[in-house]
Structures are given as structure tokens and as C-alpha cells.
Ligand binder design. Sequence first.
Ligand SMILES: [Zn+2]
Length: 255
Amino acid sequence: MNEPLTFNIAMGRSKPENIRHREVACPFCAVDELTNILDTEGDIIWLMNKYPVLDRTWPTVIIETHDCFSEFSRYSPEQAEKVLEFSLRKWRETMARNDFKSVLYFKNFGPMSGGSIRHPHSQIIGLYDYDYRQDIKEDHFEGLTLKEEDNLLITLSDKPIIGFFEFNMKFNKDTSLALLSRRIQQVLRYILTDFSKHSGSYNLFFYDLHTSSQYVKIVPRYITSPLYVGYTISQISNKERIEQIKQELNQDFFK
Ligand SMILES: [Zn+2]
């Protein structure tokens, strides 16, 4: 069984936060002051996280663009593909180092997402002692098919990690990154607009379960249900709503 990760509270307190506190200057806009840079490509910058709040991890950040107020779904298709290609490559390189039990790659957006910096970025974090595969299984990516095309399967979870709505993409080494990045952009656009007037936040996670496919999970974020917090009961939506989501996505978003 995995032991919990230890969060350094003092380090956490010193970390800048500018999602709610907009007067706090953005550290990712001050490009000249960035340190411990690992790699760059155009205006994409991969660097060590200046605030390593979690013990026994190798925390890194990918600053995706110079535009502080952009967001993945607002990038041009070319920029989205470039960011995805760079980030997937760095995630796979980090996994290939074999220093880590598992490697996280995820991004947060919006006030309910748990993120602290508005500037578009994602994180790659190597975990020395923690293997998320002990808890996350292929079941968590199965559900109603929303769209199926060349080497890409998009589903809505019927066995979610938390619920209610978890959008999954199953892809492999033959999947076109142009297609994958376009579908990610379209699902994010849907979540931020027609899906719900309350949803201005999401998390996006990547998973490698040691199979021939890899997975993306996109989760619109709200207050976490007490049934999950207290009993780890995950919830799904009624069938009518799920069918409606499939129809809306296919009619208006998957172009
Ligand atoms: Zn910024």
C-alpha cells in the first residue's frame, strides 16, 4: 500500500497564489528571473518547481505560453499540438529514467481546481515511493462511448474515481497528436461553456498503466461530494443527462 505524500506546510505558505489574489505578481511572466530551467522550445519552458511542497518527489512545471491569460482550449490548433507534443515527450522521458515508482503529468484550471497560479502551465512530478497504479485501474477509464475514431476512444466514466463526470481519452503511440490535442481542446471548451453554467474549473490528468495505451482524464471541478469525502462513494449521473452530453458534444463541439 502507498504511504501518503508529506506536504511541507511552511513551504506551502511561502508559495505565491494569484487565482483569488489577483494583485500577486505572476512568477511565470518574469521569464528573466526563472531558474533551474530543464528545457525550452519556442515560448514553452520546462523547469524545476521553485516550491517543492511534497517530500520524496521531483517536481517540475511546464510553462505553456507567454500569455498569462490564455488557457489550453484557447490556443490555436498548432500551438495546442506543440504544447501537447513537448509535454508528452518530457513525461515519457521522465518515466524512462526509472528513478520513480510513477510519474504524474497534469494541469489545473480555475478557482475550484486546486491550482494556485493563473498562468497556463502543467506539472510533471516524479514520485520516488508512490505508484498511483495501485489505485487507478483501467476500469476508471471505461464508460459510455462518446466518440470512437482512429486510435482514440473517448468515454464518460461509469466507474469514475470520484464522479460525477469524468471524460476519458484512450490513446496509443499511433494516435495523431493533432487529433488528440483537438479533442482535448473541444472537451475543455464544452466543459467551460454549454456543459454547465457552474463549471469554470477543471483538472486534466495523464496516466500510464503499463499497457499499450495511455489515458487522459478531464474532470470538471466543483465542491467535492461529502459521500466521497466520508465514505469514498463515487457517483454517476442519470442516463438521460449522459445521453444529452453525448449529443451536445457530437453536434456542437466535435468538428
Ligand atoms: Zn503570467
